[in-house]
Write a new protein. Sequence first.
Length: 310
Amino acid sequence: MGRLVNGKWEKGSIVNSDSKGAYDREQRTFRDFIGKEHPLYKPESGRYHLYVSYACPWATRTLIYLGLKGLSDHISVSVVHPDMLEEGWGFDASFPGATIDHLFNFSYLREVYQKADANVTTSVSVPVLWDKKTSTLVNNESSEIIRMFNASFDELTLNKEDYYPKHLRTKIDALNETIYHDVNNGVYKAGFAKTQQAYDDAVARLFTTLDSLDKVLGTHRFLFGDQITEADLRLIPTLLRFDIVYVTHFKCNIRRIKDYKNLSRYTKELYEIPAIKNATNFEHIKRHYYFSHEGINPYRIIPKGPREIF
């Protein structure tokens, strides 16, 4: 693992902690937006390229949106190898599902960042949305990329499905905040905690929120009724990784998703949607977490189970 500092690769842990030993996720660096009103980044077929990892829940969101919004024929994709070691994310098509770098044939994802900005200081994360026309990185924040995919290309694809409807936006934003801090990032806070107190706090908040979501799903098919929204699509990648990775690897073992009546039903139903199933690769997920996090799993032993994911 490592990060770019003034354009140079520095090896070392990318796990940042605060003074209390709690995991502190770094903010993303490139935050521009594609839209028909933007002076530079217009929605065009074939113009943009997406770099992703099947292992990463944040990148999985963007793949789900590609499928749901009919963007797969308009935005090309490269998939990194699931191992993230001292050189960071790399390209190696020898692992099933991983690809080469289709644009530049680079060996490492950091080279894409360096091409965009030779002096950049940043973590090298996925997803990455690249503009072929200007040869630069547009955005590497998944929550913003899925907003672009939700609406910016509608006139091109004629797909008007809206997962961020105006009448629910305030409620979606509020629930997204809770789910992000307590669940999406909460599992990382538990897994990367460096003190018992930091771990205890993260796990308590994680399972309090999961308990609350399970109650909501006892009366709703999805988080806001019968309509799938952005909140569901931001939650599901974490739920799909929970029992096979987070329970064991990140010590989130108070309950499994399988133990929740409503969350387990909800997870199964969403997984059967082709765009979600196609964006989910359990072999990449298990390989990445158990093999890449040497500090947690120093011998890189990958568990065989669970036999049943749901």
